[in-house]
Design a protein around this ligand. Structure first.
Ligand SMILES: CC(C)=CCC/C(C)=C/CC/C(C)=C/CC/C(C)=C/CC/C(C)=C/CC/C(C)=C/CC/C(C)=C/COP(=O)(O)OP(=O)(O)O
Ligand SMILES: O=P(O)(O)OC[C@@H](O)CO
Ligand SMILES: [Mg+2]
Length: 229
């Protein structure tokens, strides 16, 4: 997974949403570095398997399942991203569901395939924020979470998540200044090439999700925008 250090752009596909074969092919051939399959609401095993089978036929980039529930995990992905929500008010979303899963499955797990992500969810209106009963951290809290991700938990990824809303580039810049080893992923509300460029100035990797479904042509353009840098 060392290649992840070279990534700039990732698309996140939601198995609960419809995507045409043309658009799926376009996403896979866009030049993006990887495809994450994930979401919070209505994520079912059937939905994941269906998307996985379609991706298998057209994708040449790594396909990753971002696990959001134990009920919806399927084998066969290149990697599994496991979110740990650092700003949840409930320990459950930081470590208890993970503890339970490891207790149950540790003899079957292939650890190099599993990549843990320290999430900090900053959009109060997002489903992920509400579902995980998170609180809104200020910039000092957020920087401290980034510090913990790198120096306390030694996580490979710190994910600044604004799902559904374009975030604050100044905050992303300040978070990046805190990190050396841990990669900074930024996701949320990127719809245009200029937004992609702006966030990529600070984040190691930008994640584009919803706009694949709402403005496909612009979403595809975000790849070229960050690869030109
Ligand atoms: C079969 C096989 C190969 C298995 C290997 C994988 C395995 C068994 C791993 C076990 C190890 C392990 C530690 C598992 C823990 C799994 C688990 C249940 C983790 C909980 C993750 C979590 C905190 C989920 C809460 C929701 C969340 C933060 C999701 C992350 C993705 C995200 C933020 C999506 C954006 O959602 P949003 O836009 O708000 O909502 P919609 O897209 O739905 O609109
Ligand atoms: O869907 P958007 O708002 O692009 O966000 C991408 C990703 O960070 C969601 O988990
Ligand atoms: Mg989403």
């Amino acid at each position: 997974m060392n290649k992840m250090r070279e990534w700039k752009h990732v698309f996140k596909l939601d198995p609960a949403k419809e995507i045409s074969s043309d658009h799926l092919k376009g996403v896979c051939e866009s030049g993006t570095d990887a495809i994450i399959v994930g979401g919070t609401d209505n994520i079912t095993e059937d939905g994941i398997i269906n998307l996985q089978e379609r991706l298998d036929k057209v994708s040449t980039v790594p396909c990753i399942l971002e696990v959001s529930s134990m009920e919806a995990i399927t084998p066969g992905f290149d990697y599994y991203f496991i979110p740990m929500v650092l700003n949840s008010k409930e320990k459950k979303w930081m470590m208890d569901v993970h503890h339970q899963a490891i207790k149950e499955y540790k003899d079957f797990l292939h650890y190099p395939e599993m990549i843990f992500e320290g999430y900090c969810i900053l959009n109060e209106d997002s489903k992920a924020f509400q579902y995980t009963n998170s609180y809104l951290p200020d910039i000092h809290d957020t920087i401290a979470y980034a510090y913990m991700a790198e120096h306390v938990f030694h996580l490979p990824i710190f994910y600044v998540e604004y799902s559904g809303m374009y975030g604050d580039p100044t905050l992303v810049k300040q978070v990046k200044n805190q990190l050396n080893e841990t990669l900074l992923f930024y996701g949320g509300g990127i719809e245009t090439p200029s937004q992609a460029k702006e966030m990529k100035q600070h984040a190691d990797v930008i994640v584009v999700g919803n706009s694949i479904y709402t403005n496909y042509e612009q979403a595809i353009e975000t790849v070229r925008a960050v690869k030109e840098n």
